[in-house]
Design a protein around this ligand. Structure first.
Ligand code: MN
Ligand code: MN
Length: 183
């Protein structure tokens, strides 16, 4: 069971667990922050099971290529001792709503800033490794590798209207947001 977010402002629809109707729409509850990434204690982990941390994802995305990138992120921390700063979310264009209620993203993005142990965003410089993707929220991509969907942060900013890494110095943003990953 995933909990309704009761902290949303008055007037916001508060999504319920059962608002997801798999049989009709083919979407399932996809975590934005995955459960395995918040494990300090029970409350920390529970914070990932709130419906404002969930977006409708097609199974082939959620259990396929999106999960492939989540596994890569995990291995970067567990096997390579990196520290990751991650931003993720949906890109909404069509206006489609699951069960007529929950806005379903047409694609999902993830931005990963790869830091050394103890580093903070203040340490981000023009050589900092970035991995950014936009993945379509569709059937048929389960077996794809996440690297197929690499994009620049600039492309994600254009698609969402957000300014990511806005607390990083502008001249540094200009470099790291426009270069495709070479890794
Ligand atoms: Mn997932
Ligand atoms: Mn930016």
């Amino acid at each position: 069971m995933i909990f309704t977010d009761t902290t949303l402002p008055t007037g916001f629809y508060r999504v319920h667990h059962d608002d997801y109707n798999f049989s009709v729409d083919g979407y399932e509850r996809g975590h934005i922050v995955r459960s395995e990434e918040r494990t300090i204690d029970a409350a920390d982990n529970r914070s990932t099971f709130i419906l404002s941390n969930i977006m409708p994802q097609q199974t082939d995305l959620n259990q396929g290529v999106w999960a492939d990138m989540e596994d890569w992120c995990e291995s970067m921390c567990k096997d390579s001792t990196k520290e990751l700063f991650i931003v993720a979310g949906g890109i909404f264009k069509s206006g489609f709503r699951v069960s007529g209620i929950i806005a379903a993203p047409d694609s999902c993005y993830k931005i990963v800033v790869i830091l050394e142990p103890g580093q903070k965003l203040a340490n981000v410089d023009k050589n900092t490794r970035i991995e950014a993707v936009i993945m379509p929220n569709i059937k048929g991509i389960r077996k794809d590798k996440w690297e197929k969907y690499k994009r620049t942060i600039d492309e994600i900013e254009a698609a969402t209207g957000y300014d990511f890494l806005n607390y990083v110095r502008k001249d540094i943003q200009n470099v790291i947001e426009s270069k495709p990953s070479i890794f």
